[in-house]
Write a new protein. Structure first.
Length: 279
């Protein structure tokens, strides 16, 4: 008996139809971890139980960065999603679907923007002062950590770069945390919506502005916008060293390239972590 396991992360939104009052009835977003288990008594002609790319194409390519209510013909609970995934893959015998944690630290490569390809520790904060319908971060749940615990966690990885992201990290960080990270020898970057002031000492500021949410930052190193056909004129006028335009999960790359060629102030940014399937 041969068994293979494929683990994927998708970001998507949904709202649930329930028989009792719940905040989950409102449109909201999650990062989901989907683990697919496949088994076969014999290998196929290619020496595999199933090609991992077939699993990814059957699941992630359909669900990632989508409103699940629009593409799935059922109430998109985690249990129903798991059963749907099971039915898509003939050799599948088990599926796990769970939401990723709120506040967490992950060691990976920066997948987009100016520092693409740079090893970094991502400190993801829960909570945001905006409620964008497309957001993929859990805002109500997370693990409380002290400054000391955060610094200890990021110091356990070899990378010098630390990226504070969210949610909206400006709700949580202060001068004391920035000072502790600098004392630990870290290069501090932040990914923010730009609607709140930041403490001094941050080395690189990435601002992803949102519609009808004025940017109040005194300094921005890069503007990064996911392009879905919206008017970008206001974002282009925000003073920054670089302006990056990004396809949505690489699904509208040609449209983004065409726009950049007509508006050369912008540069192309790709979500390379999604292209090579890393966190």
């Amino acid at each position: 008996m041969y068994t293979v396991i494929k683990r994927m992360e998708i970001s998507a939104s949904h709202s649930l139809r329930l028989s009792y009052p719940s905040k989950c009835e409102n449109l909201h977003g999650h990062n989901w971890m989907i683990t697919v288990y496949c088994r076969s008594k014999e290998l196929n002609a290619d020496g595999m139980v199933v090609d991992f790319s077939h699993i990814k194409r059957s699941v992630k390519s359909l669900l990632d960065h989508q409103n699940l209510n629009d593409i799935l013909p059922f109430n998109p609970t985690a249990e129903n999603i798991a059963f749907w995934v099971y039915e898509q893959i003939p050799s599948c015998f088990k599926v796990e679907v769970k939401e990723s944690e709120g506040n967490t630290a992950i060691y990976s490569l920066q997948g987009e923007g100016f520092h693409t390809g740079t090893p970094a520790v991502f400190v993801r904060f829960s909570g945001c002062n905006l409620r964008c319908s497309f957001c993929d971060t859990r805002h109500e749940e997370g693990v409380m950590m002290t400054d000391e615990e955060i610094v200890e966690k990021v110091s356990s990885f070899p990378a010098r770069m630390v990226i504070l992201t969210g949610g909206e990290p400006s709700l949580w960080i202060d001068k004391a945390l920035i000072s502790r990270l600098r004392e630990a020898g870290k290069q501090i970057c932040i990914e923010t919506n730009g609607t709140r002031p930041l403490p001094d000492g941050i080395d690189w500021v990435t601002c992803s502005p949102k519609e009808n949410a004025p940017v109040v930052l005194e300094r921005v190193d890069e503007i990064k916008v996911v392009y879905t056909g919206q008017d970008l004129s206001a974002y282009a006028e925000i003073p920054a060293r670089y302006h990056f335009l990004q396809p949505c999960s690489c699904q509208n790359t040609k449209e983004v390239v065409d726009y950049i060629l007509r508006h050369p102030r912008w540069r192309l940014s790709l979500q390379t972590h999604k292209l090579i399937d890393i966190q």
